[in-house]
Design a protein around this ligand. Structure first.
Ligand code: AGP
Length: 613
């Protein structure tokens, strides 16, 4: 999940690369470094810690040049220290490399290279790459063929960018597998390279996305794309609509807070262009489905990780209830190793904000291998999960920078709701009146979300009472059981409090033993078909001394009399209730973590896009 930026052109590369790395810091931040070609010498500045450490270093010891590469690291092999920070320089001083991914066979390669006299400077797996390139350069090859030959030795998934002093008019970039993207941005007499769009979006919207086992030879005038075997490719140039401003924090202290409050707009945007309220119908043209194909579907596997998998659990309820298609939700890291029973009448639907999550991509490939149709619901335009799918639904919520996913959780809930309606219509499992009602309810969503956000002060007061807690339980049922998992994940990943999401009905089978006096128990109890059961849940938790924080439909006097704290949500059609019930839980986690002075946007040990397995 490292961040990579490269530049070649008439400007000074240093500020462009540093500014780009800043926009990628959420991808990983154990160390950072930059290499720039200055007066025919590769100058390197690198340090452990966050990007501001490197910024200070560059200020104290400036480096100027028109070609350079930079890197922010999320450590996999080797301590996050200066020696292990990228870029890595070869022994000749002629070649420098930055790398995203894991060289799975690096110890064999390291032994081989050491036997050839190579002296390693770090404990990283990445360093083997620069020495392999030098091995093939020493034989008199050019940098392009040397990189091609070197990469053929690597096992695992990689994003790699190489710069050389002996051929200073080009940068080489390559992608193998799903280790995070390699994007080439086309400017006027200048070119940009990045592992993710936000790094270079302010400079250009014309982007080329490398596929697996492709490499790019980038010079000032343009780019030549080849396979690793050297075959020329005509790449597709994507024009990206995202505006750079939306990727900035604005008046918010944290990206996460901004993105929580963006949900009125993001929900509007994920619905936009897909609903005909007059006809009461849904259009999802990028899914590329036909009525005949939809009628044939025997099962849908929803594959995702983390927050995205909880959205998938909501999707299961919606698709089974509306379209009557069996749905199985599997996390990517399990599905890929299960030898799952999949055939050509089945669909594998991946949900992924980044579209680059290695476990999810690998699960998609497993589904493809077994003949399934691949769909994806993705936010990052041009990402792998979007490009390899037979059809996709773009979340259309703009860049999500905060590591903790918020708007990219509520958007797929609505995308899955629209998908369920489309499938139900094509399979005839809902009549016109039912369809019109379901479609009409979509109109309410942005306003309902806005009304949840209007209650932020209520949520903050509850957060102020929970700043010292060490444990918490989140309980939900039915369509809001996943809300319990998601609410708990939000709290644990940014406040480091141990929070557990649990099916409320399961409590009596063991976990209720956890409830003692003062344990915070968040109970999600809106007016949905499981409401009455949840009232009992509140009673059970109170009887055992738990401190109940109830998410309830505003005006619910019964819960008001029972619970210690109430987080009110507006009355919402139950199939859309996970959109509203999660918002106070996002805000609750945010305010607890912010009040505890924690790094909300870049929580410890985490990265925004998990491109390693
Ligand atoms: C959510 O807050 C976390 N950042 C994490 O669970 C995330 O949802 C998961 O890694 C999947 O990421 P993706 O949606 O980009 O595939």
């Amino acid at each position: 999940m490292c961040g990579i930026v490269g530049y070649i052109g008439p400007q000074n590369a240093t500020p462009i690369i540093m500014n780009g790395l800043k926009k990628l810091e959420y991808r990983g931040y154990d160390s950072a470094g930059i290499a720039v070609l200055e007066n025919d010498k590769i100058e390197i500045r690198r340090d452990a810690g966050k990007l501001e450490r490197l910024s200070q270093l560059v200020q104290e010891s400036p480096v100027t040049g028109n070609i350079g590469i930079g890197h922010t690291r999320w450590a996999t092999h080797g301590e996050p220290n200066t020696r292990n920070a990228h870029p890595h320089l070869g022994m000749t001083g002629d070649v420098v490399v930055v790398h995203n991914g894991i060289v799975e066979n690096f110890s064999i390669l390291r032994d081989e290279l050491e036997s050839e006299g190579v002296v390693f400077q770090s404990e990283t797996d990445s360093e083997v790459i620069v020495h392999l390139i030098e091995r093939y350069l020493s034989g008199g090859g050019n940098i392009t063929t040397a990189v091609q030959k070197a990469l053929l030795h690597l096992k695992g998934a990689h994003g790699i960018v190489v710069m050389s002093r002996i051929e200073p008019d080009k940068i080489i970039a390559a992608r193998i597998g799903n280790a995070g993207g390699v994007v080439i941005g086309q400017g006027k007499d200048e070119m940009y390279i990045a592992s993710d769009l936000p790094a270079i979006l302010e400079h250009t919207r014309e982007m080329i996305f490398l596929e697996s086992r492709q490499m790019a030879v980038v010079n000032r005038e343009g780019v030549e794309v080849l396979t690793l075997e050297g075959k020329g490719i005509q790449p597709e140039v994507h024009n990206i609509p995202w505006d750079p401003v939306s990727a900035e924090k604005g008046e918010y202290r944290h990206f996460m807070h901004k993105e929580i409050h963006e949900q009125v707009r993001s929900l509007t945007e994920t619905i936009a262009g897909r609903v005909d309220y007059e006809l009461g119908s849904i259009q999802l043209p990028s899914l590329n489905v036909s009525p005949a194909m939809v009628k044939e579907i025997s099962k849908i596997f929803i594959i995702a990780c983390g927050t995205a998998s909880y959205a998938g659990m909501v999707g299961k309820v919606l698709i089974e209830r509306i379209a009557r298609i069996p749905v199985e939700v599997e996390i990517g890291s399990e599905f890929r190793y299960q030898d799952p029973i999949v055939d050509e009448k089945m669909v594998v639907l991946a949900i992924s904000q980044s579209g680059e999550t290695a476990d999810t991509l690998a699960a998609m490939e497993e589904g493809r291998r077994k003949g399934a149709t691949l769909w994806s619901i993705v936010n990052a335009i041009g990402s792998q999960a979007m490009r390899i799918a037979d059809g996709y639904i773009s979340m259309q919520v703009g860049p999500e920078i905060g590591v903790a996913s918020t708007k990219a959780y509520t958007a797929p809930l609505v995308d899955l709701y629209m998908l369920a309606i489309l499938l139900g219509e094509l399979r005839g499992t809902i009549d016109e009146n039912q369809r019109r009602q379901l479609v009409d309810d979509l109109r309410l969503v942005p306003d309902l979300a806005g009304r949840c956000l209007d209650k932020e002060n209520e949520v903050k007061l509850v957060a102020d009472n929970l700043l010292e807690v060490q444990n918490a339980l989140y309980l939900g049922r039915g369509i809001n059981m996943p809300t319990a998992y998601e609410g708990a994940l939000k709290l644990k990943e940014i406040s480091y409090i141990h929070a557990e999401g649990y099916p409320a009905g399961e409590m009596k089978h063991g976990p209720i033993a956890l409830i003692d006096s003062g344990l915070p128990v968040v109970v999600i109890a809106p007016r949905d078909p499981w409401y009455e059961k949840m009232i009992n849940q509140i009673e059970q938790a109170k009887t055992r001394g738990g401190r109940v924080i109830a998410v309830a439909t505003e005006g619910d006097q019964q819960i008001l009399s029972q619970a210690d704290h109430v987080l009110n949500v507006p009355d919402t059609p139950w199939m859309l209730s996970p959109v509203t019930t999660v918002i106070p839980l996002q805000l609750l986690a945010y305010h607890i973590a912010a009040q505890r002075g924690l790094d909300v946007d870049q929580p410890r040990n985490l990265a925004k896009s998990v491109t390693v397995e």
